[in-house]
Write a protein that binds this ligand. Structure first.
Ligand code: PMV
Length: 351
């Protein structure tokens, strides 16, 4: 039986897509498959304190972020509860007190919805598991990913690690549009502890949300070829991740990043999320690579910030380059040193 009351808490990481998900249909189903590295430092911690109550027509929830009410996020949480409810009917039987915090600076413009929605989904399934302790770890993680997807597509990939695949694809056995799954077979050792330094070019809200961006892929002139390109890249990257061919890796991730932004620039209502600092950093990275032959590559999310990806063995040289050159393009000289991680972990109720 479900408990009278309790407390569950999880820490979930952000992730960075190598092949991007851009465009969706139905209830958060991806127009194309994607694959991402799970991160380790950029995380959200979320605790759910819950207590039984008379079931009512609405969700009874309260949300605080880093100790303060955060009203702009509440509608997102309500919508998430609404979408999860058909799969977790007990959600209306409790009063939920949710508290959350991020490891990265407030509104740093880094994708916090992935880690936030993943942490919420893990908490929800943890409550369900208290009534069903026989639930296997695999079933637990799969349901958490399924639910996280309903909150934010990319959140489906923030459950495990180091490498997560989401979206049905012939190259990836067992893949599904409904949830992401961990892929760690034959990952070349060069990708172990792979570094991701997130340059915070602009900290703050971006001009066009991801939700609006996904919508603009409906009827987009280049949609069909973009989805085909992503599918081809899913096959290519599978081989690259096995072989450790960094030249091919860098070509692919940079093409993916720029194709994502090309979709934005060529949508019916065109827009641009790159800022002058973003473009300057990309040029600097290309010049640095040419000069030093160090395998430093970049990728971008739907925003102005730049993710620099490089092997751990090149850490020293790249970090020197960041401190001497690139930090000048970061807002308040801020960046986040991150690396590939293993996924979400349960906490002892101290979010
Ligand atoms: O998860 P959403 O709906 O915020 O979409 C984010 C999509 C990208 O971050 C741009 C790409 C990806 O696959 O993560």
């Amino acid at each position: 039986a479900l408990p009278e009351k309790g407390l569950v808490a999880w820490e979930a990481p952000s992730n960075i897509a190598l092949v991007k998900y851009w465009g969706k249909h139905g209830l958060q189903l991806p127009a194309n498959p994607s694959v991402s590295f799970t991160l380790s430092q950029a995380t959200t911690k979320t605790a759910f304190a819950f207590e039984k109550k008379e079931a009512g027509p609405d969700f009874d929830l309260q949300f605080t972020f880093e100790g303060q009410a955060k009203l702009d996020f509440e509608p997102k949480i309500r919508q998430f509860f609404e979408r999860a409810f058909p799969y977790l009917p007990f959600l209306k039987d409790y009063r939920w007190s949710i508290s959350s915090s991020n490891s990265f600076p407030h509104s740093s413009g880094i994708a916090s919805s992935a880690s936030a929605m993943a942490a919420m989904a893990l908490n929800m399934v943890s409550v369900e598991r208290q009534a069903d302790p026989s639930m296997s770890d695999q079933a637990f993680l799969q349901k958490a990913s399924f639910l996280a997807r309903l909150g934010s597509g990319s959140a489906a990939r923030s459950i495990s690690g180091p490498l997560m695949q989401w979206g049905a694809d012939q190259n990836w056995p067992g893949s599904s549009d409904l949830f992401a799954a961990q892929v760690n077979t034959d990952l070349h050792p060069i990708f172990e502890n792979y570094c991701d330094c997130i340059l915070l070019i602009h900290q703050g809200k971006k001009g066009v949300s991801s939700t609006a961006g996904h919508s603009l892929m409906h009827g987009h002139s280049f949609a069909t070829s973009r989805f085909e390109q992503a599918r081809k890249h899913m096959g290519d990257i599978r081989e690259i991740l096995k072989s450790g061919d960094l030249e091919a890796f860098i070509s692919l991730i940079e093409l993916e990043a720029l194709s994502l932004h090309a979709m934005m620039m060529s949508s019916a209502t065109p827009y641009l999320l790159m800022l002058p600092g973003t473009v300057a950093v990309l040029q600097e990275v290309w010049a640095f690579r040419k000069e030093t032959q160090i395998p430093l590559g970049f990728t971008l999310d739907a925003g102005a910030n730049v993710h620099l990806l490089y092997p751990e063995s090149n850490k020293e040289a790249v970090e020197l380059f960041i401190d001497e050159k690139l930090v000048a393009y970061c807002e308040n000289q801020q960046y986040i040193r991150d690396s590939v991680g293993k996924g979400a972990k349960p906490l002892e109720g101290e979010a």
